[in-house]
Design a protein around this ligand. Structure first.
Ligand code: IPE
Ligand code: IPE
Ligand code: MG
Length: 244
C-alpha cells in the first residue's frame, strides 16, 4: 500500500557557518510607534535566542552583522543607544558565560569604539576561548571593503619588510589576512528585513554562499525562521561552477 505511507524525511544538513545581517530593528519599532532604539533592544533579545538555538542545533560558527562601517552616518543619539546596548549585552554575556558556553569573536575595526566597549569585547573573547559551543563572530564597525583594504595593506607591509613577494599572494593567503582567518566561509547568509542587498557584509567570504532573504524583521526572527532558512538551504543545488 502506497497511500498513507510517509516518505522518511531526509536528515537535514546543518551548515557549518551561518552569517546573518540583523536588519529591520528600526522598522519594527516604527510600526509600533516606538523610537528606533526600542527596536535595537528587542533585536538584541532576538540575537540571544538565536545564538542559543544555533548552539542547540550544533552550528559551529554564527557571524552576525551588528554595526557596519556605514552605520556611523546615523544620528548621534541612535549610535550611542546602539553602543550602550552592545556594552550591556556584552557585560551580561560575560556574566552568563558559563551557562551559555558560547565562544565570542569580533570582526571589524574595534579601535573606533569606546575604550569600555573595547575592553568588554576583549574580556568576552579571552574568557570564552575555552568553550566548545558555537563561535559567534560579532561584526562591529565592520565593512567588507574596509576588511579587504586592511588585508591588502598588511600584505604590502609584509612584502616591504621582505617577508614575501607579490607573487606569493594566493586566495588562501589573502583569506588568512581577513578578520575571519581560520574560520571556514559561510555556506548560508541570511538577511531578514526585506532588503535584497549585502550592505558590505562578508564580501570576500561569501563568494559562494547561498543567500536567503526574508521580509521578517530581525526582532521577530526566531528559531522557526532560522529553521526555514536552513530548510531552504537544504533544497539548493550548490554547483560551485561545476555542471552537476
Ligand atoms: C539593523 O536594523 C541594526 C543596525 C543596522 C545597527 P536597522 O536599524 O537598520 O533597522 P531598519 O533597517 O531601519 O528597519
Ligand atoms: C546592514 O543594515 C548593517 C547591519 C545590520 C549592521 P543597514 O540597515 O545598515 O543596511 P542598509 O542601509 O539597508 O543598506
Ligand atoms: Mg536597516
Amino acid at each position: 500500500m502506497l497511500f498513507g505511507k510517509k516518505k522518511p524525511k531526509e536528515p537535514r544538513h546543518i551548515p557549518t557557518h551561518i552569517a546573518i545581517v540583523m536588519d529591520g530593528n528600526g522598522r519594527w519599532a516604527k510600526k509600533r510607534g516606538l523610537p528606533r532604539q526600542a527596536g535595537h533592544k528587542v533585536g538584541a533579545e532576538a540575537f540571544r535566542t538565536i545564538a542559543n538555538y544555533a548552539k542547540s542545533i550544533g552550528l559551529k560558527y554564527l557571524t552576525v552583522y551588528a554595526f557596519s562601517t556605514e552605520n556611523w552616518k546615523r544620528s548621534e543619539e541612535e549610535v550611542s543607544a546602539i553602543m550602550e546596548l552592545l556594552e550591556k549585552y556584552l557585560r551580561e554575556a560575560i556574566r552568563d558565560m558559563d551557562k551559555n558556553q558560547v565562544r565570542f569573536y569580533f570582526f571589524g575595526d574595534l579601535s573606533r569604539l569606546s575604550p569600555e566597549l573595547q575592553e568588554e569585547a576583549k574580556t568576552a573573547m579571552e574568557r570564552s576561548k575555552k568553550y566548545a559551543g558555537v563561535q559567534v563572530n560579532f561584526c562591529l564597525n565592520y565593512g567588507g571593503r574596509a576588511e579587504m583594504v586592511r588585508a591588502a595593506r598588511q600584505f604590502a607591509r609584509d612584502c616591504l619588510e621582505g617577508k614575501c613577494k607579490p607573487e606569493d599572494l594566493t586566495e588562501e593567503r589573502f583569506s588568512d589576512l581577513m578578520y575571519s582567518a581560520g574560520v571556514p566561509d559561510p555556506e548560508l547568509v541570511i538577511r531578514p528585513g526585506g532588503e535584497m542587498r549585502t550592505s558590505n557584509f562578508l564580501l570576500w567570504q561569501s563568494a559562494y554562499a547561498e543567500y536567503y532573504f526574508t521580509d521578517v524583521l530581525w526582532p521577530q526572527f526566531g528559531p522557526k525562521e532560522l529553521d526555514e532558512a536552513i530548510d531552504a538551504y537544504n533544497k539548493r543545488n550548490r554547483r560551485f561552477g561545476g555542471a552537476k
